[in-house]
Design a protein around this ligand. Structure first.
Ligand SMILES: Nc1ncnc2c1ncn2[C@@H]1O[C@H](COP(=O)(O)OP(=O)(O)OP(=O)(O)O)[C@@H](O)[C@H]1O
Length: 243
């Protein structure tokens, strides 16, 4: 009998749910009383000052940081009880986009993407080629597969970072300061791309410092402050206080 695919949502219909979670780095308490949930298809910003815990929260979601206190559920998996052997399965349900792109500099765009497909169990060359073409087309980079990363602009490299995140058709995109190294126009283009990906059915959680983007592309905003999370209404965000 074939295995049923793991359902991405919990019984409450949430793709992410945290209840009474505390997050620590080493011994230090970074966030406490973390309670929030995200429905499939939502776009959620995570904001807060430098060191307020945005990356730590994202890392907890992709199981780079252990969740020891409270209940955490992400894309089908309970974070506290997930087995080590299941972590690759969790990671396949999500695409992660980093500020510094994290492309392998010694190989072409195509080979960067091929590397991830091979590492995640793809075997059939024809299917792999098609998937690479599809994700490159999604980010308008279909003719750049032969380029080396250093031959691309920062914005183009980040498009490849997003293409890589999409390879395994994830339900969830986690983006940690994806526009942090980009100029304002390129940041806008990236945002439009992430919004398009969200509209096509993905859930997106994006940590950002870029409050101009928040003004231009308003959305649900969760703020990390003084070790706690707060839902912020757009009009309540004191833009000048956050940088
Ligand atoms: N590996 C680590 N070991 C110990 N402490 C850490 C580690 N990583 C982060 N911290 C600390 O945890 C706190 C939260 O850091 P985190 O990176 O989550 O914040 P952030 O809001 O994402 O900040 P930034 O906006 O600068 O990326 C900071 O005080 C940081 O120094």
């Amino acid at each position: 009998m074939s295995k049923q695919p793991v359902k991405s949502t919990n019984t409450e219909g949430n793709i992410i749910e945290f209840k009474n979670v505390s997050i620590r780095q080493q011994e230090h308490l970074i966030l406490q009383d973390v309670n929030f949930s995200v429905k499939p298809g939502e776009f959620v910003y995570l904001i807060g000052k430098v060191g307020s815990g945005k990356s730590s929260l994202l890392k907890t979601m992709y199981k780079e940081l252990a969740l020891n206190e409270g209940y955490g559920f992400v894309a089908g998996y309970p974070l506290k009880t997930i087995k080590d052997s299941q972590v690759p399965l969790l990671r396949r349900k999500m695409g992660i986009v980093f500020q510094d792109f994290q492309l392998l500099s010694d190989r072409s765009v195509y080979d960067n993407l091929m590397f991830v497909l091979k590492a995640t169990g793809w075997k059939v060359k024809k299917d792999m080629d098609k998937r690479i073409r599809d994700v490159l087309s999604h980010v308008d980079m279909v003719h750049k597969g032969y380029k080396m990363p250093h031959q691309l602009s920062g914005g183009e490299q980040q498009r490849i970072g997003i293409a890589r995140a999409l390879l395994n058709s994830p339900d969830l995109i986690l983006a940690d300061e994806p526009t942090g190294n980009l100029d304002p126009d390129t940041s806008d283009e990236l945002m439009q791309l992430l919004k398009k990906i969200c509209i096509s059915g993905n859930t997106v959680v994006m940590a950002t410092h870029n409050y101009n983007l928040l003004k231009k592309f308003p959305g649900r905003t969760i703020r990390c402050e003084d070790t706690r999370l707060f839902e912020s209404k757009q009009e309540e965000i004191e833009f000048d206080l956050l940088d």
